[in-house]
Design a protein around this ligand. Structure first.
Ligand SMILES: *Cc1c(COP(=O)(O)O)cnc(C)c1O
Length: 404
């Protein structure tokens, strides 16, 4: 699939054989998972480059997910910001966000590896829903670990997973949130290494997950290049913007532009109540080098290495780290990292709804909010990855509208 093109990417933006992007990445895993990770590492590239895999992957992206998603020139938004603003409509994917591009890829991979049982962890529940969806599609057993606290906060997504036939296991340990769910999922994988595939939802985790997920999401920038060329005569925009939780929609939107230095890549993190408020999820601003979820990256942690609970109004950005590729893009300056607060994201979502008739996810609202921070010229072409739709966030929007 995108393997051929990926092979042409500059070495600088590909992981080395141990999964390092510069000093970030790697696979810091318990000894007992070594065989699983080795199997995945030695086979994923061949499997996803194979004809059978590619045929099924692209046919499902087209007929099940609904790809290609449109690249839409938002006329009124463009007039407002004084540049050509294009929206990459990942919100129109089946299940309402980009996450399904990755879960489709990994469920097919699991099939090629002969795995019959799928496990995942989820925080907000969106990755759990995307995983339960593809397990239903393939008739595979699906077990999702979720912190008890998150299950209470995200009840509608728990109901969706159950409707799709998944078993949702509440995690009672620690803070009863995402990192505890991750620990339980890894424990399960250790105990069931033979038949079980661990399906990770972003460009995080031990090598080869970050590279694998980036490749599955790279369909986003592959389409952007073609669609922009059709619409404007050039395949290179001046800016590409995307919000960053773990970083998968951003990795996908940046991927095929990484070597085109004239394209400015803008990653937007969740500042929550503000960077210095103590309630934030802006990892590049607040994080230090550490190991989270099996790889070395930037992590929000205390001096003695305890992970700090992040905060964002958008559940999908509420993560105390970023994928190792992004830590590398930050360190090398290839991508610029901006941030937007909860309030700024809500305002940007309401603005898009009223100017374009599109209600975006609160996560995507962060990318939209960063538009106002750029010094745009009238000739600039700006592509924003609209990672998901806002139906799930209506309660927050309704609250905000009461207040204004
Ligand atoms: C999960 C999610 C995100 C954040 O995840 P990334 O891996 O950073 O892309 C962003 N937007 C939406 C709509 C999501 O569901």
């Amino acid at each position: 699939m995108n393997g051929e093109k990926a092979a042409n990417l500059l070495k600088e933006f590909q992981p080395d054989e141990n999964g390092f992007y510069g000093r970030y990445g790697g696979a810091f895993i318990p000894e007992m998972l070594y065989a699983n990770i080795e199997q995945l590492k030695s086979r994923y590239l061949d499997i996803i480059a194979g004809a059978a895999f590619k045929k099924e992957y692209f046919s499902l992206l087209k007929d099940y997910v609904g790809r290609p998603t449109p690249l839409y020139l938002a006329q009124r938004l463009s007039a407002h910001f004084g540049a050509s603003v294009f929206l990459k409509r990942e919100d129109l994917c089946h299940t309402g966000a980009h996450k399904i591009n990755n879960t489709i890829g990994q469920i097919l991979l699991a099939g090629h590896l002969g795995k019959k049982r799928i496990i995942a962890e989820t925080g907000a529940g969106q990755h759990g829903v995307a995983t339960a969806t593809v397990c239903a599609l393939k008739g595979l057993q699906c077990v999702v670990y979720m912190g008890e606290k998150d299950m209470a906060r995200q009840a509608p997504n728990v109901a969706r997973m159950k409707m799709l036939g998944a078993e949702v296991i509440p995690v009672m340990s620690g803070s009863k949130t995402l990192k505890d769910a991750t620990n339980e999922a890894i424990r399960d994988w250790i105990g069931n290494a033979k038949d079980t595939y661990y399906l990770i939802g972003s460009v995080v985790g031990p090598h080869p997950y970050p590279d694998m997920v980036a490749r599955f999401q790279s369909i986003i920038s592959d389409e952007i290049r073609k669609q922009l060329h059709e619409q404007t005569g050039t395949s290179l925009p001046d800016y590409v913007l995307a919000c960053v939780g773990g970083g998968s929609n951003a990795a996908g939107a940046f991927y095929h532009f990484l070597d085109d230095r004239q394209v400015q890549l803008i990653a937007v993190e969740a500042a929550g109540h503000g960077i210095t408020s103590g309630k934030s999820a802006a990892t590049t601003q607040l994080g230090t080098d550490g190991i989270l979820h099996g790889s070395r990256s930037l992590v929000m942690q205390t001096e003695d290495g305890q992970v700090v609970e992040p905060h964002s109004i958008s559940a999908g950005l509420d993560y105390p780290g970023i994928g190792p590729l992004h830590a590398h893009l930050f360190e090398t300056g290839r991508a610029k990292f901006l941030h937007a607060t909860d309030t700024e994201s809500v305002a940007a979502c309401i603005q898009l709804a009223r100017m374009e008739g599109i209600i975006p996810a609160l996560e995507s609202g962060h990318a939209l909010a960063a538009l106002a921070q750029l010094q745009l010229k009238s000739t600039d072409k700006v592509v924003i990855c609209l990672s998901g739709r806002g139906d799930k966030d209506m309660e927050n929007f309704a609250l905000e509208m009461l207040n204004t």
